[in-house]
Structure formats: C-alpha cells, structure tokens
Design a protein around this ligand. Structure first.
Ligand SMILES: NC(=O)c1ccc[n+]([C@@H]2O[C@H](COP(=O)([O-])OP(=O)(O)OC[C@H]3O[C@@H](n4cnc5c(N)ncnc54)[C@H](O)[C@@H]3O)[C@@H](O)[C@H]2O)c1
Ligand SMILES: O=C(O)C[C@H](O)C(=O)O
Length: 324
C-alpha cells in the first residue's frame, strides 16, 4: 500500500519562538503545543538542552493528541519567520533577592536576545517574561525598535491570577468565577484593583471586609516571593507559563481579550516613556488598544509611584548597558 503523491502543499503554520528553554520557557512550550496553538522553537545558549527538551515534548505528542512541531536549537536562524517571540532568557532570583537584583545580568541577555530574534522574525510580536519585567520589556522595545503595539511584557495576567486564587480560596468559590485585575509594575509596588474584583459580577467589597481584602492584596504583592522562599532557588513557572500562554492564544487566535500587559505608554494614565502593566486588548496585531480605567486618586497615585520605580531602573539599565 502506498500514498499517491500530488504537488506538495506548503503550509505556513503559526510558529512561536521561546528564547530561554528553562523552567518557564519549557513549560510554556508544552502549554502552547498541547493547546495546539502553534509550532514551537525553543532556543537556549546551553548546547543540547533545548534539543533534548524538544525531543521529549515531541515524544509526548501521540499521547497528548497533537501534531505540533517542536524544535530545540542554539541557533537563531532556526527561529526565522516566527509570529510571536517570547523572551524568558535570563536568571531567576534566589531566596532573599528582589527582582531588581537581576537587572544587571538580565539587561544584557534580553537586549542580545531581542536583537537576535528580530533579525530573523521582523514581523513578530514580542512578549517579554524575564525579570525585572517592566524594565526588560522597555529594553526589548528599545533594542528591536518595534512599534509599541508589537511588544509587551507578561506579569499582570499572573499577578491577577494570584489575586483571583487568594480571593477564591478565602470565599471557597471556583477560581474561574473570580475576575480581578492587577496593574502597575511587576514588583512590590504592583496595584491590585480590589474595587474592580468580582465573583461572577458581585464586587468582592460586598463579600469580604476591608481587613481581609488588604491581607489578600498583600499576599498578591508577595506572590512571587512566597514561592521563591519555598523553593529557595528559582521561582514560579507553572502559573507564569499558563499566563503567557493565554496572551499567546489571544494574539494568535485574534481573540481581543482584555488582559493586563506591560505596555509602553504614551500619555495614558498621565504616564509617558515608561513600560507598566495596564489593561490591553490583545489581538492579531498585538496590543490593539490600551483601556484607560477611571481610577480613584489613591489608585492613580499608586500607579504613578509604581511607574516612578520602573523609571529609576530604566535609568540604571541605560548606565549598565552604556558601560558594556
Ligand atoms: N514576568 C513574570 O511574571 C515572570 C514569572 C516567572 C519567571 N520570570 C522570570 O523569567 C526568567 C526565567 O525564569 P526561569 O525560572 O525559566 O529560569 P531558568 O533558569 O529555569 O531558565 C532561564 C534560561 O535562560 C537561559 N539563558 C540564559 N542566557 C541566555 C541567552 N543569552 N540566550 C538564550 N538563553 C539564555 C538559561 O540557559 C536558562 O535555560 C527569570 O528572569 C524569572 O525571574 C518572570
Ligand atoms: O517572583 C519571581 O521572581 C518570579 C516571578 O516574577 C513571579 O512573580 O513568580
């Protein structure tokens, strides 16, 4: 028995490159392939490691019932023509460190990764995951010269998911029934918007007292550190990979979901020339629009304080890069 052969059909399936095949990167590759969203190229500087991970994921395809291509590589030429590039390359923090302590090491890694990736995928949309997130997204924006619609950072979806989880645990309800949004920088100064958090449309302010909400907000702010303290080396990666995959999905499937993403602002919320988490509509062209919510004076002040801390670190990063 044999297949008859017709003229070959060239299929351009969507392709997502993930730079950094560590814990977040490899878990994201698994999520993207198993959700059947795109073919995946996993790139890392460690020789053989992304190739081994890719083979392992490929060997699971028959069991997971998908047929996505997954390639591991150390060579940017293999990433060419990607629709989305996700940057997770860089070091994670260890216990006792802040995300800002990663700035010096990760700035150079992210700039190099962004420059190499854009050279092979000039039409790609970039999602940065490496910490400190807002500054790294700014550096990738600078390094690629992309319009702001095509570059964003992932943090708000993760921080919001944590806030939703803690609310759901407190109330004993299904996490999927809780909706919340966390804006601002991905750090101690993030801005969880309790006023806008609901359980199937019911504001949490109707369900929880002020002290309890304040406790859940504080736990959200420390959500990353809580896991780093437990794990000692490295941090969370399952939920970060899930959070990144919904951004990838919204872009590839043109879902126009309203998700918090770190975006380069040009006057929105009274902020300019800074990257910070705001509600964005994500579709096939990237950030389709930024939603400007009505904020109370307190919330607006918190967002500006958060932006101020990102600005300081952007300045630090420019000095670091200039001296190298
Ligand atoms: N934005 C968020 O919400 C969020 C969530 C989780 C982790 N992070 C950050 O993501 C980053 C990765 O975390 P992880 O847990 O996967 O770390 P990890 O150490 O498991 O993986 C990082 C990978 O990057 C690779 N790498 C280093 N330099 C590289 C380069 N120049 N080019 C290509 N690859 C390179 C390493 O070899 C390693 O495999 C960290 O900075 C972490 O803080 C951010
Ligand atoms: O906390 C970290 O260092 C990793 C990540 O930013 C997180 O929030 O889990």
């Amino acid at each position: 028995m044999s297949f008859s052969s017709n003229s070959p059909i060239v299929c351009n399936l969507p392709r997502v490159t993930i730079v950094g095949a560590g814990r977040v990167g490899s878990t994201l590759a698994q999520r993207i392939a198993e959700k059947n969203l795109a073919d995946v190229v996993l790139l890392d500087i460690i020789l053989g490691m992304p190739q081994g991970l890719a083979l392992d994921l490929v060997e699971a395809r028959g069991i997971e019932l998908h047929n996505r291509q997954i390639i591991g590589t150390n060579n940017y030429a293999d990433t060419s023509g990607s629709q989305i590039v996700v940057i997770t390359a860089g070091i994670p923090r260890k216990t006792g460190m802040s995300r800002d302590d990663l700035l010096k090491t990760n700035a150079k890694i992210v700039v190099e990764a962004a420059k190499n990736a854009i050279a092979y995928s000039p039409n790609a949309i970039f999602i940065v995951v490496t910490n400190p997130l807002d500054v790294m997204t700014y550096l990738a924006w600078q390094a690629t010269g992309l319009p702001r619609s095509r570059i964003m950072g992932m943090a708000g979806v993760l921080d919001s998911a944590r806030f939703e989880t803690f609310i759901a645990l407190e109330l004993g309800v299904l996490p999927a029934d809780v909706k919340a949004m966390v804006l601002g920088s991905h750090g101690d100064l993030m801005v969880p918007l309790s006023r806008y958090a609901t359980v199937n449309g019911i504001p949490i302010t109707e369900l929880l007292d002020t002290a309890t909400i304040a406790r859940l907000v504080e736990r959200t702010r420390n959500g990353g550190a809580e896991i780093v303290e437990l794990m000692q080396t490295g941090g969370a990666f399952f939920a970060p990979a899930s959070a990144t995959s919904v951004m990838v999905e919204s872009i590839l499937l043109n879902q126009s979901r309203l998700l918090p993403a770190a975006a380069y602002l040009q006057g929105e919320y009274g902020l300019e020339d800074v990257v910070i988490g705001v509600p964005c509509r994500l579709g096939c062209s990237g950030i389709e629009s930024v939603l400007e919510l009505n904020l109370t004076d307190g919330e607006r002040e918190a967002l500006h304080t958060s932006a101020q801390s990102v600005r300081k670190n952007i300045e630090r990063s420019q000095e670091i890069l200039a001296n190298n």
